[in-house]
Design a protein around this ligand. Structure first.
Ligand SMILES: NC(=O)c1ccc[n+]([C@@H]2O[C@H](COP(=O)([O-])OP(=O)(O)OC[C@H]3O[C@@H](n4cnc5c(N)ncnc54)[C@H](O)[C@@H]3O)[C@@H](O)[C@H]2O)c1
Length: 261
């Protein structure tokens, strides 16, 4: 347990599935109060109803790519729970296809949710968090991807948007450190969530064959990202600000050279 997280108020975007849902579960176990966002009403309500403390969570259905949604989330946190301390920018949109045939509309669709939505979240979070007293006014975690740091065929718009999220994180961190607000970014590797499992299932050897080819020999679990998020928003991470944390089982540590044996 992270004692300092008790009663902290957290917004999580994309909380209806995968990493967002796992983060909601862990923060609920830490006795946080939650504002859960997703575009999918049934899924986000399922996340809420299965929490350790469903009565300490509210939901807001909306597209985080719409600038009004982030403001509504911050307002709901303050109206319902009296403050806002934690914001997890987790929702994203990816489209698969080569850059040579990526339309303007496809590019914009990916950026609107993945980067613009995170910016709207950061802005709304900062405006609410500066009102908090004390040295630990707030903590923001952005969820990027290993695709932010290296090219991945077919994920050009997504990778570029995630790379933008890295700089959004760093600028947010340096502009707001003296206000007691920290901002860090996690770069997950392949995690066993519905979109990842669906994509891996289409590979020639299916999910198991795909997992066996990863560096750790398996996919990560959503909880393994959520545990890193919980640590970063806690006071155990009080001097960690503007950091990039790869939670990928070592994927980013390996070169792509041919093997010697
Ligand atoms: N799973 C992986 O292997 C992996 C790897 C690297 C990065 N990530 C990142 O982790 C984050 C979570 O991914 P996941 O794998 O848990 O996906 P997921 O599909 O399981 O969950 C994402 C949730 O976001 C919601 N969502 C989508 N668009 C939204 C929008 N415009 N507004 C609000 N909610 C929206 C979806 O309805 C869904 O419930 C994403 O930012 C993703 O890019 C995932």
């Amino acid at each position: 347990m992270y004692q300092d997280l008790q009663n902290r108020v957290a917004v999580i975007t994309g909380a209806g599935s995968g990493i967002g849902r796992a983060t909601a579960q862990l923060l609920s176990q830490e006795d946080c109060q939650l504002v859960l966002n997703d575009v999918n009403a049934d899924q986000v309500e399922a996340t809420r109803s299965e929490l350790q403390a469903p009565d300490r969570a509210v939901t807001l259905v909306g597209d985080i790519g719409n600038p009004a949604t982030a403001d509504q989330l911050a307002a709901l946190a303050i109206e319902h729970f009296g403050a806002l301390h934690i914001w997890v920018n987790n929702a994203a949109r990816s489209l698969f296809g080569p850059l040579a045939s990526c339309s303007n509309e496809e590019w914009d669709t990916v950026f609107q949710v993945t980067l613009n939505g995170a910016f709207y979240g950061v802005r709304s979070a900062l405006q609410a968090m500066v009102r908090n007293p004390g040295p630990a006014a707030g903590a923001i975690v952005n969820i990027a991807s290993g695709a932010a740091l290296a090219g991945e065929e077919g994920l050009g718009a997504y990778g570029a948007a995630k790379a933008g999220l890295v700089n959004l994180t760093r600028t947010t961190a340096v502009e707001n450190a003296r206000a007691g607000i920290r901002c860090n970014v996690i770069l997950p590797g392949p995690i066993a969530t519905p979109p990842m499992l669906a994509a891996a299932a289409q590979s020639p050897e299916g999910v198991e064959g795909w997992a066996a080819q990863t560096v750790p020999g398996r996919l990560g679990q959503p909880e393994e990202i959520a545990r890193a998020i919980v640590f970063l928003v806690s006071e155990q991470a009080s001097y960690i600000n503007g950091a990039l944390l790869c939670v990928d089982g070592g994927v980013s540590a390996r070169t792509n050279s041919p093997r010697f044996n």
